[in-house]
Design a protein around this ligand. Structure first.
Ligand code: OAD
Length: 252
């Protein structure tokens, strides 16, 4: 249960037909057993992002970078979508104008039946050839050989966004447009520390949306959010849907 009850305005907005934008981060997959980046025991506690998540690291040691991503693929393949992923898909299934913008690369939103979504940081489940540029789906776990090679002989890289790289412009543009149009913006399981994704709720706030943060911890967004619901997304979101009369099982 949220420590502060949701506001009547939030429940009204959930019941209505106004456009909704949801922004998610690693915390939404926490209850599926996937480690976040910056919490205790998180991915960046034992690993320097500069060693595994930059173009320079890949140039230096592609096998090391691939071992990191191969382990993340194995973990994501073993995980199941949780109640938070399903609740977000159920909001979309009400048929209102809706967009999910996720920073996650694990594919769990898709497996929960999400349709209208943009991936701001790419996906673990595609690879791109650094020579010919071909992007292909690749679901092999584990990947052999490491680093994997394209049919053209070029080195394959994960189709994810690394530090120092620009976000896919079409995905970010759609998220920014949705932020300007949304009446309700749910910000779920992100530390709101990584730009430019962290700027999306600010755009929504400036455009007059009701911005709700769902997170067990406070973040730099918390003082500005219209309301903060403190706790795990897998508990808070289903409770919100129950109060708004949105059935969880409408999601595919
Ligand atoms: P972080 O690890 O920075 O933040 C995860 C957030 O989830 C924290 O604020 C936690 O308090 C919260 N959290 C933990 N458990 C939760 C739960 N059960 N329910 C809801 N929230 C929970 O992850 P992101 O914000 O996603 O980028 O990080 C953003 C980007 O930084 C990532 O996409 C990645 C990373 O470096 C790249 O790799 C480019």
């Amino acid at each position: 249960m949220p420590s502060t009850p949701p506001s009547p305005r939030l429940i009204d907005l959930l019941r209505g037909r106004d456009p909704v934008l949801v922004l998610t981060g690693a915390g939404v997959s926490r209850e599926s057993g996937i480690a976040t980046f910056r919490d205790a025991g998180g991915l960046w506690e034992g690993v320097d992002p500069a060693e595994v998540a930059t173009p320079e690291a890949f140039q230096r040691d592609p096998a090391r970078v691939w071992r990191f991503y191969d382990a993340r693929r194995a973990q994501a393949a073993d995980a199941e979508p949780n109640a938070a992923h399903r609740a977000i898909a159920a909001i979309e299934a009400t048929g209102r104008p809706f967009l999910l913008a996720t920073q996650n690369v694990d594919g769990l939103h898709e497996r929960a039946g999400q349709r209208g979504m943009v991936r701001l940081h790419g996906t673990l489940w595609k690879v791109r050839c650094t020579t010919c540029g071909l992007v292909t789906e690749d679901r092999r776990v584990p990947l052999v050989p490491l680093p994997p090679l394209c049919a053209c002989g070029g080195l394959l890289r994960p189709e994810v966004v690394w530090f120092g790289e620009v976000l896919p412009m079409d995905a970010f543009g759609r998220a920014e447009r949705a932020a300007r149009e949304a009446r309700l913006c749910l910000v779920v399981g992100t530390s709101s520390l990584v730009e430019p994704a962290a700027g999306i709720p600010r755009t929504a706030l400036e455009a007059g949306a009701h911005v709700v943060e769902i997170n067990p911890e406070r973040t730099p967004l918390s003082p500005f959010a219209s309301e903060c619901l403190t706790g795990p997304a897998g508990e808070i979101l289903p409770e919100l849907l129950l109060r708004a009369g949105i059935p969880m099982e409408t999601a595919a």
